[in-house]
Write a protein that binds this ligand. Structure first.
Ligand code: ADP
Length: 538
């Protein structure tokens, strides 16, 4: 922003003087932004300007002195012209001292002085000098030239006008200066704010990293404890079941039944905690198998049917589009998500109907999008709670834990699993009307020929089957089963039930034995049998 604007009133008509005046205006305009600040903030620029001014004054005043001498200008003019020059020099030196001491003078005052001096001197002395030079060049004597040239200056109207102009310039200069100062302050504030935001962001990022690392360390610690926690729990569940079966005393049976319920509840909490910890510490991996989705659904419904029946709820199953029996994906985790949706639907519905709907949309090649929706007529979820329902440890209503129990982890686990499968999960709900929980996941469709081959070749005593696909699939299932058994993961039981129609004919009597051990929660014995089955499968 220019502090001073050059106009035709400043033109003296003496080329060398005008070009030097223009140079001075440029120096002031270029320096104005820095001089608006106090000296301490920008000493380098301020010193440079003051040096330039001193150099300019020496040079310019010398030019004028030469002209005065050359044209023998009348001393009545030169006296006050030279005294004006001296005053300029003295003021600049004086101001420099004050400005640098930083106590009494701001750059703005210095600029104001410069602008005033410049206007007054150019419009006054320098114009008069130029008029005399021109009069002398036209043939007048210096004395006569002084009379004509200076005569004009004594005109009171002209003086008043000049003064008004000078005052206006002073006002404008001050306003310009304030604007500049405000602009610079604003810029400084912005820089400071940006710096502050950057610092805060860095601090937050560091805190987030620390928190994430700590959370991951915690999750990994819990996940690593999986075996230590699950083994004794499974022993308790299994032995309680055995005792319950063997006991003939009704009172004892009743108590054992209570122990069974309590341990089941505890086991499900532990399983949720271990699952979320394994997911968060990236220790949980999907393990795809060729599976029959209908079996998974049947199993999920069968597992919840008794609870639904006790509450008088109807469970309906609907297939919107025909679904091929064999798909490739992780049946254990898909079953877990469906089971979680169903279990919540039953838990949060007091009367009415629960329906489970499946569909398959074919994609490119042999992929397809499996969609599942569980609709209930339960208590529903308030809109503000819907937003955080998939976050760990979150329940829609603070009283929910007291009334319905639960950890608030089921949906968080489901969401993470669906994310890992590259799918989408969501919910629509209305308070007191019910909810629809849904997910979509891409899966590979195993072609019908392959499917038929497996069905035909899995004969009742097919343990010595030579079909490579058949054996391959069987081994895959048994590998997954042994992996879960090694972790004492209750999902081993789920996988067994989901796959039993394939495993029974394939493994024959070994399957009966394995199932017995699994039902007794005797996972170590079940693991040994699974390993034996694997060696037979090949
Ligand atoms: P939990 O059921 O163990 O509390 P979830 O993560 O499965 O944990 O569910 C979180 C919360 O979401 C539940 O506590 C409940 O408030 C709400 N919720 C889930 N499913 C339903 C449903 N079908 N109807 C109403 N509320 C539900």
């Amino acid at each position: 922003m220019a502090l001073m604007n050059w106009n035709e009133h400043f033109v003296t008509g003496i080329e060398i003087i005008d070009s030097q005046h223009l140079g001075l205006v440029k120096i002031i305009n270029d320096s104005a932004p820095f001089l608006a600040l106090d000296y301490k903030r920008n000493p380098r620029h301020a010193d440079k300007l003051l040096d330039q001014l001193t150099a300019y004054a020496s040079f310019h005043f010398q030019t004028e002195s030469d002209l005065i001498r050359q044209y023998q200008i009348d001393t009545r003019h030169t006296d006050h012209h030279f005294s004006a020059h001296k005053e300029f020099f003295d003021t600049v030196i004086n101001m420099r001292a004050l400005y640098q001491s930083g106590t009494t003078l701001t750059g703005g005052t210095l600029l104001g002085f410069l602008a005033n001096w410049l206007i007054f001197h150019i419009l006054g002395e320098d114009q008069a000098l130029a008029r005399q030079i021109k009069a002398i060049e036209a043939g007048n004597s210096p004395a006569a030239a002084y009379e004509t040239a200076e005569g004009g200056r004594n005109d009171p109207t002209k003086d008043a006008l000049t003064q008004t102009l000078v005052d206006l310039y002073a006002l404008m200069t001050e306003q310009n200066r304030r604007l500049l100062e405000a602009n610079i302050e604003l810029q400084e504030h912005r820089n400071h704010l940006e710096e502050l935001v950057n610092k805060r962001t860095q601090a937050l990022e560091a805190a987030l990293l620390t928190a994430e690392t700590a959370n991951q360390a915690k999750s990994s610690f819990v996940a690593n404890l999986s075996h230590e926690i699950r083994t004794p729990m499974n022993a308790i569940v299994g032995l309680t079941w055995v005792l319950h079966e063997q006991s003939n005393d009704p009172a004892q049976k009743g108590k054992l039944h209570q122990v069974q319920n309590a341990t089941q509840q505890l086991l499900s909490v532990i399983n949720d905690l271990l699952d979320i910890s394994s997911i968060e510490s990236e220790q949980l991996h999907l393990e795809p198998l060729d599976f029959d989705i209908k079996r998974i659904i049947e199993h999920a419904i069968a597992a919840q049917a008794t609870r639904a029946q006790h509450k008088g709820l109807r469970l309906l199953y609907k297939e919107t589009t025909p679904i091929p029996s064999l798909l490739r994906g992780d049946p254990v985790r898909i079953g877990q998500i469906i089971g979680n949706f169903l279990s919540n639907a039953i838990k949060f519905t007091h009367d009415g109907e629960i329906s489970i709907q499946f569909g398959l949309t074919p994609g490119t090649d042999n992929t397809a999008l499996l969609s599942c929706a569980v609709r209930d007529e339960g208590i529903g979820i308030a809109p503000e709670a819907l937003k955080r329902i998939f976050q760990p440890f979150t329940q829609a209503d603070p009283s929910s834990r007291r009334r319905y129990g639960g950890t608030g982890l089921g949906l968080a686990i489901s969401k993470r699993l669906v994310d890992m499968m590259g799918g989408r999960i969501g919910v629509e709900s209305e308070v007191d009307r019910g909810s629809i929980f849904w997910f979509e996941i891409p899966l590979t469709v195993i072609n019908a020929q392959h499917h038929a081959a497996i069905d035909n070749q899995l004969q009742p005593n097919a343990t010595n089957s030579t079909n490579p696909i058949d054996a391959e699939r069987l081994t895959e299932i048994l590998n997954r089963l042994s992996g879960l058994l090694e972790e004492d993961d209750i999902q081993a039981l789920t996988l067994w039930r989901e796959m039993s129609s394939v495993l029974h004919p394939a493994l024959g009597p070994l399957a009966e034995q394995l199932e017995g051990e699994l039902n007794n929660y005797n996972f170590q014995a079940a693991l040994t049998l699974t390993k034996e089955a694997k060696s037979i499968a090949w």
